[in-house]
Write a protein that binds this ligand. Sequence first.
Ligand code: SAM
Length: 482
Amino acid sequence: MAIYDPKSLKAEEFINDEEIRETLRYAEAHKNDAALIEEILQKARPIKKERGYECRGLTHREASVLLANDDPAVTEKIYQIAEEIKLAFYGNRIVIFAPLYLSNYCVNGCVYCPYHLKNKHIPRKKLTQEEVKAEVIALQDMGHKRLAIEAGEDPVNNPIEYILDCIKTIYSVHHKNGDIRRVNVNIAATTVENYRRLKEAGIGTYILFQETYHKESYLKLHPTGPKHDYDYHTEAMDRAMEGGIDDVGLGVLFGLELYKYEFAGLIMHAEHLEAVHGVGPHTISVPRVKRADDIDPTAFDNGIDDETFAKITACIRLAVPYTGMIISTRESEAVRSKLLRLGISQVSGGSRTSVGGYTEEERPHDTEQFDVSDQRSLDEVVRWLMENGHIPSFCTACYREGRTGDRFMSLCKSGQILNCCHPNALMTLSEYLEDYASPKTKEVGYKMVEEELKRIPKEKVREIAAQNIADIKNSNRRDFRF
Ligand code: SAM
């Protein structure tokens, strides 16, 4: 039997089934232990330091106790702390991105995904470089600066060379004042060598969802194709880091397995990355299974309601305070609204989940990976965020300034976000307002920019940011950053 060891590089040892089961038993036994709950909540709270804040995070066991507790008063405290942590490390900024689907050719048999090999009626499509260019122009014309590229796994149709070509094309397109400044990549688990090539191509985060940490279920949910190999999939982030990628993004597809099991596995994965590589995950995504062509989400009996989903999100926030958290347009406006208060720091907007979707007039449902719940335009999402007190940020400065991995985490902890990320957010928001926003959004936006500029503590930084924003308004100068 495999023994739990967060430092091991073997999937079954760092995501250890027996340790997860023991954690769930422990959480169940202690979920109403008021003194312990109070102690855990206390540990999770951000501590004000001379410079910035510090958070200790929670172990998978501690976080699992909070998740198991069902006292509404405790849940309320968890939500409050989640919001405090979000504001301490990420401020009121929300980073915006869009997915770009390159190809839906896939040789896997994932039973929840419409791209699975046996789906014979879904039209298969792979973008040519000309089509990638057209999609990128459409995305730039919406105002996007940051993309997450997505593709099915198919060594013949979507080899790594194809993905690398697409990345090169994306970075080469500059339409009007447009620019894609960060490309994150969500493709199947691959080799150290391929991760190295992705790193050299200038990618931001490498994202790979675990789908489920429960090995037995994983094998059933991925019955055929290379993705069937649980160990290879689970150990992918270690290979990515070995290949030089230090920003990796984790995620579970909620609904496939029991959420408490998944939650413990996810936090253990984060602990493992920290233990082995000295840096935790850059982001965690929280997708839920959605309806899609030939996929009925009710076929999976572990679906979670919105309340449970909110609690999971908040408990992740407490456990891994420095990790960015992402919510996509799989979720509705109402759910996104609630989760934005509980620790989410990145959202997608104006998304199309079909291959070629951004250049087609009608929303084409036939090649979509899943139904999009939030169908608002990027302009509507940007305005909605501002009306709710969040600053939409199109900033990509950190990774372009080499602030990745543990250097990003240090910035996060240092309390310098108000002198660095905050002005960067305001300058990139101003670019958006000037080049792409509707008159109404522009009005709301510049009011916010003016107010938020006052919050920059260092006078010099405040002056430079204000000058840059004036330049953005009065000239074609763009891409200022601290
Ligand atoms: N093919 C790549 C891989 O193997 O990881 C990743 C790209 S896939 C386009 C992105 C993610 O979409 C998957 O990892 C999965 O979690 C999610 N997904 C698949 N089917 C879904 C569905 N029906 N509803 C919601 N999300 C889904």
